[in-house]
Design a protein around this ligand. Structure first.
Ligand SMILES: [Zn+2]
Length: 412
């Protein structure tokens, strides 16, 4: 039923490695055995056929979000995530009515609900006044969420997706662009007006994710590290990828900020002590006293960027940084990396790794919070959550994680 070429097209589309076929499923394992997705996954044969048909008629996965653009059918489908939906909200949703007009599409589901594979799904659909565009939340097509974890047995998993239906043919790029606009407007109003928060899922770059290979200990011990309460809360928040990479980045950055004053103070004291202990220090000489004053002035005037450098150079061992940058990050930290407006990291430059890392991290932080008052970064554009750079920020988030862990461990 499926040729090798067919199967490898499906595998490539979902960045999977094909293993075998049984009577009901094509079986895959995830490339590199990463833990972010199911280790083994299956696509039911029926759905594999539908996916192949879609690929043959020119459907493609979206670049920025989990989802598909199907130009021949004029449909763009997004995977979505429901945020905090409790029993109360279900009751609210049951009261919804939907703006409807006649349209020319074929819709498989209609509001208010549908039952698929014994699971209840609510169905939303609104139609533009001229009937040309429909925006719908309904059970997924075979293209989205196609992977069934093997241990769930037969039957595919269903999830609601957001679909935008257009009329007439258009290019993939144009369809995707317009659909993202409609999806953002619809989800914003659904959240702001109807109290029902959904979010699109940014597309995770599976191949980047899987390269991460930080050493993980296999012994679970009685804890020794003391962690201030809000640092612990930030660390937990940063590990939750649901807010996107920029929010993880900022949570780790706030941990570093927590330790900036202490590191700065230690550094100031050390510098003054070094002057006082130098062999030519003479308290009777103005020039000696001025050396102390200058040192104090300099450290008092240190910017946040300079303080960050002090923290990194003081708390994060150089070999930890070398180990991290020694991993294969797919050129992320190099000159041609995907994040603009930040310095590339060179293992063998004359500048210390700590200093390079501090510059990169501080520039990124400024691009995310858009510190307009800092003239040095006035030229760099904002790095937006959910944007194409946010999606590719993962290795920098991993770097921040290393920095945060070392800063916590060092400040015991
Ligand atoms: Zn319609």
């Amino acid at each position: 039923m499926f040729s090798d070429v067919d199967i490898s097209r499906i595998a490539d589309t979902f960045e999977l490695k094909y293993t075998e076929k049984n009577s009901d499923f094509l079986l895959f394992e995830t490339l590199g055995g990463g833990f972010a997705r199911q280790r083994d996954a299956a696509i039911p044969l029926v759905e594999a056929g539908q996916i192949l048909d879609a690929l043959n008629r020119g459907a493609e996965r979206l670049e920025e979000y989990e989802g598909w653009v199907d130009p021949e059918r004029g449909i763009v489908e997004f995977e979505i995530r429901m945020q905090r939906l409790g029993v109360m909200r279900r009751a609210t949703i049951d009261q919804f009515t939907f703006e409807s007009h006649p349209c020319a599409h074929t819709h498989l589901y209609s509001p208010p609900d549908a039952v698929v594979a014994n699971r209840y799904h609510h169905v939303f659909r609104v139609v533009s006044p001229d009937g040309s565009v429909c925006i719908e939340i309904s059970p997924n097509s075979p293209l989205s969420v196609p992977l069934v974890p093997l241990d769930e047995g037969r039957g595919s998993r269903t999830a609601n997706t957001l679909k935008v239906f257009f009329g007439g043919a258009a290019s993939k790029v144009e369809l995707a662009h317009r659909a993202i606009g409609f999806a953002n407007s619809f989800l914003f109003e659904l959240n702001a007006r109807n109290g029902t928060p959904y979010a699109l899922k940014p597309r995770l770059q599976a191949h980047v994710r899987l390269r991460r290979a930080p050493s993980v200990s296999h012994t679970v011990r009685f804890p020794k590290a003391r962690v201030p309460q809000h640092v612990a809360a930030l660390f937990a928040m940063a590990s939750d990828a649901r807010g996107g990479h920029t929010s993880s980045f900022l949570a780790y950055y706030q941990i570093l900020e927590h330790y900036l004053p202490a590191a700065h103070k230690r550094d100031s004291v050390r510098k003054v002590r070094r002057i006082l202990r130098s062999l030519d220090f003479d308290e009777g000489k103005d020039s000696s006293i001025l050396k102390v004053l200058n040192s104090v002035d300099r450290t008092h005037g240190a910017s946040e960027g300079e303080q960050l450098r002090t923290l990194i150079e003081e708390c994060i061992p150089e070999d930890k940084l070398r180990e991290f940058f020694g991993l294969d990050h797919g050129g992320h930290f190099g000159k041609r990396g995907p994040i603009s407006g930040v310095v590339a990291i060179h293992l063998n430059s004359g500048e210390s790794l700590g200093s390079q890392v501090a510059k990169r991290v501080y520039a990124l932080r400024n691009r995310i919070v858009h510190a307009k008052d800092d003239v040095r970064y006035a030229e760099a554009s904002v790095l937006l959550p959910g944007g194409h750079e946010d999606v590719r920020l993962y290795p920098d988030v991993e770097l921040l994680r290393v920095l945060a862990v070392e800063a916590i461990v060092d400040n015991q």
